[in-house]
Design a protein around this ligand. Structure first.
Ligand code: FAD
Length: 323
């Protein structure tokens, strides 16, 4: 019995959500008196592999396979299931991000595992069963789910767990896996041009239909740049094509839990809140004092984004210059 954690690299670093998952896996391993193994695909960078050890993995399996150079979730699921079998892993951990959401359920089916997607706490043990907490009703409540099967798949809501690094070292092994042919054809892969990965960002500036059009996003980007924040948007904004789909947060987009979420010209519909209500501090800027978002805000500014946002950016620039 052991724990396997699926990890990824983004923009030359191990994703923060992957480090959270490795920490989480190491904690379960110590609860169960076993070891944890991180699995990473086509990453030969020794420093990055060492980071997985520092995050708590006892072993790192580096899967080398040219078929995994494209993000084909079916082939990835096949590969991770093979590694789980080779490592006799019965608890497999993923991040609940876009790719994790595509692979984890497939792995669960292949391994006949019970699965909890979007866990927000460490499991408690009931014999060999795991009791795992997750958000329900768009984040308005939590529920405890019991996984009773021998194999267990858990995906973690990003930014729900702290990351601690130590001087632990992991043994690194290369592994190839026998994969069938892909059933899908990936025509194009676009890497987001934004410097910060939205799910990993500590600070996020997000805007909605109140911005009136894509040509007005300059003030949002300027505020984000001044803060060192990632940018996000509401769903209609990405549906209309004002912003790229990868910025869309909410029930049907990415779920994020940054330390600071600034929402500009977003009404605060329940489906939007579902993806952002876990943010530690929420600031809302809206002309309508009745906008539902104010009910979830820690700080609210009733005002016109086109006046408030440039003033906020100027104030932040002055503050930064003086500190
Ligand atoms: P609006 O509702 O049009 O709000 C614009 C806001 O801007 C208003 O509050 C207005 O007062 C304010 N405003 C206008 N002018 C200014 C100004 N000058 N300065 C400041 N404020 C101004 N939505 C998501 O975001 N994410 C999801 O994942 C998502 N999933 C959905 C899933 C389903 C099944 C359904 C049915 C809907 C989903 N939606 C989602 C849509 C959601 O219900 C809302 O329609 C959407 O969030 C509204 O986007 P918005 O706040 O940008 O636009």
């Amino acid at each position: 019995m052991s724990i396997l954690i699926y990890t990824e690299v983004s923009k030359g670093k191990i994703k923060k959500a992957s480090l959270e998952a490795v920490n989480y896996g190491a904690k379960i391993a110590s609860m169960l008196g076993t070891t944890s193994t991180a699995v990473i695909v086509n990453c030969a960078d020794a420093a990055l592999l060492a980071d997985l050890g520092k995050a708590g993995a006892n072993k790192v399996v580096q899967v080398k396979n040219d078929k995994l150079k494209v993000l084909d979730s079916q082939l990835f699921a096949q590969a991770i299931s093979e590694v789980a079998k080779a490592e006799s892993a019965n608890v497999i951990i993923f991040c609940h991000d876009l790719f994790g959401k595509a692979i984890a359920p497939r792995v669960a089916v292949k391994l006949k595992a019970g699965m909890v997607p979007g866990a927000v706490d460490y499991p408690t043990l009931e014999g060999t069963n795991f009791v795992i907490r997750k958000n329900v009703f768009s984040g308005k409540a939590t529920a405890d789910y019991v996984i009773k099967s021998d194999n267990k798949v858990i995906s973690l809501l990003p930014n729900s767990f702290p990351v601690t690094m130590s001087d632990n070292t992991a043994t690194v092994v290369d592994m190839d896996v026998n994969l069938g042919d892909s059933k899908i054809k990936v025509k194009e892969q676009k890497v987001s041009s934004s410097e910060l990965s939205l799910p990993d960002a500590e600070l996020v500036v997000s805007a909605g239909r109140g911005m009136k059009g894509p040509e007005n996003w300059g003030i949002i980007e300027e505020l984000a740049k001044t803060l060192g924040a990632a940018t996000a948007c509401s769903r209609p904004v990405s549906d209309i094509g004002w912003r790229d789909h990868h910025e869309h947060v909410g029930q049907t987009g990415i779920a994020i839990r940054p330390n600071l979420y600034i929402a500009v010209g977003i009404s605060g519909a329940i489906q939007h809140l579902a993806g952002v209500s876990g943010s530690k501090t929420i600031v809302v800027i809206n002309t309508d004092k009745e906008a539902p978002f104010f009910k979830s805000a820690d700080y609210g500014i009733v005002g016109d984004a086109f006046e408030v946002v440039p003033k906020l950016t100027e104030a932040l620039k002055k503050f930064k210059a003086n500190h």
